[in-house]
Design a binder for this molecule. Structure first.
Ligand SMILES: *[C@@H]1O[C@H](CO)[C@@H](O)[C@H](O)[C@H]1NC(C)=O
Ligand SMILES: *[C@@H]1O[C@H](CO)[C@@H](O)[C@H](O)[C@H]1NC(C)=O
Ligand SMILES: *[C@@H]1O[C@H](CO)[C@@H](O)[C@H](O)[C@H]1NC(C)=O
Ligand SMILES: *[C@@H]1O[C@H](CO)[C@@H](O)[C@H](O)[C@H]1NC(C)=O
Ligand SMILES: *[C@@H]1O[C@H](CO)[C@@H](O)[C@H](O)[C@H]1NC(C)=O
Length: 329
């Protein structure tokens, strides 16, 4: 037991140092292979679990959560025609723990924002990112990828399981069904966001071509060659030079848990590879185990019920036949 503890502690220490190593200097790239309390800014609802998961919403209804990388990053550089947003990449692993597979609310976003104070954002369909008043306002200077598990007509959603690109507005500029293209044969495989299954997201913005590509895959599938989708939008029209990167999420009447399990980011370079075999242990995921009582009692009750019905029918027929015989006599 003690040995396991020592090994775990050494491992955690290694991971923290690993994070520090990347996080020093110009902050050009970072990786959170494990989260710990003092290397990420969280709001009061968000918890960094003892084993290093970022627990964005903890199952309370109508709640919201935010987490930010503590330092603002600088996104602009001087191009030949004035300021441009540099290329950047992010990857993260998330898992949604709904009340039942596919029954979840609401979702989460990965965002770039000029402020690290999103206390005025709303829960529900606002995903802890914006509110009724500022949704759609170009002075938000926010870019986000939303992973949405609810169909909100007022956000012009397409379905209850989609990925969207949001520019200052939760009415997505572009959205797609969740899934990925298989690397071997190119077949599209559907994914369900609210499925208890961890998934990885990659986002790559090219500052020159202005092409943004978004890719998803189940945890142990290597990054698909074909992205889920690409969009072309010049983010220098959106982002401020000094901006924060982070996650937001919200619940509505359904209590849902949203976790980020690992996160990496690269400015003007690829996001460091997340070693999916070394992520902290996931919480118990999967539908609640059926109660033992139900497992034992239900079959017995069903069998008894059937036996009673069958016996009743037999007795009734016997009695009818007997009655008929008596009448004939
Ligand atoms: C962006 O911010 C950084 C850091 O403060 C600064 O060095 C750089 O000159 C700024 N870039 C532009 C284009 O304003
Ligand atoms: C965050 O913004 C709200 C207003 O939206 C303000 O009341 C609060 O003081 C701010 N918090 C911090 C830490 O700046
Ligand atoms: C957008 O936000 C800015 C800054 O908060 C505010 O001054 C402006 O009135 C808002 N515009 C609209 C249309 O609400
Ligand atoms: C493509 O590959 C996936 C997984 O490797 C498999 O499930 C699917 O059936 C394949 N599709 C075709 C058309 O071969
Ligand atoms: C971005 O990276 C390229 C090479 O990968 C380099 O030439 C360029 O100077 C970098 N730009 C900035 C602003 O760091």
């Amino acid at each position: 037991m003690a040995a396991i503890k020592v090994i775990t502690t050494t491992f955690l220490l290694f991971l923290i140092l690993y994070h520090k190593f990347f996080a020093t200097g110009e902050e050009e790239q970072f990786i959170y292979a494990v989260f710990c309390g003092n290397n990420i800014i969280v709001n009061s609802m968000v918890v960094v679990t003892p084993n290093g998961l970022l627990h964005l919403t903890n199952g309370m209804a109508q709640s919201k959560g935010h987490a930010f990388h503590p330092m603002a990053l600088h996104f602009h550089e001087c191009g030949s025609n004035g300021k441009v947003v540099r290329s950047f990449s992010a990857s993260f692993v998330f898992v949604i723990h709904p009340i039942a597979p596919g029954v979840s609310a609401q979702g989460l976003t990965f965002f770039v924002s000029p402020t690290n104070n999103l206390s005025s954002a709303f829960s529900n369909q606002f995903l802890g990112l914006l509110n009724k008043k500022n949704n759609g306002n170009t002075s938000n200077n926010i870019f986000a990828i939303k992973l949405d598990t609810v169909l909100n007509n007022n956000m012009l959603d397409i379905n209850y399981n989609h990925v969207g690109i949001d520019i200052n507005d939760l009415r997505s500029m572009d959205f797609y069904n969740v899934g990925y293209y298989d690397n071997k044969n190119g077949t599209f495989c559907n994914l369900i966001l609210a499925s208890f299954e961890p998934m990885q997201v990659w986002m790559d913005y090219n500052g020159e071509s202005k092409i943004n590509s978004v890719t998803l895959a189940p945890l142990h599938v290597t990054k698909p060659v074909w992205p889920l989708f690409t969009t072309t939008y010049d983010l220098s029209r959106v982002l401020r030079n000094q901006s924060y990167v982070g996650f937001s999420s919200s619940t509505s009447i359904l209590d849902t848990h949203h976790y980020v399990v690992g996160w990496s980011f690269g400015m003007n370079q690829s996001a460091p590879l997340i070693d999916v075999n070394r992520l902290p242990e996931l919480p118990h995921l999967g539908p609640k185990p059926q109660s033992k009582l139900l497992v034992i009692i239900l079959p017995i009750a069903t069998t008894t019920f059937i036996l009673v019905i069958v016996s009743a029918i037999i007795v009734l027929r016997w009695w009818k036949m007997r009655y008929a015989e008596l009448q004939e006599d």
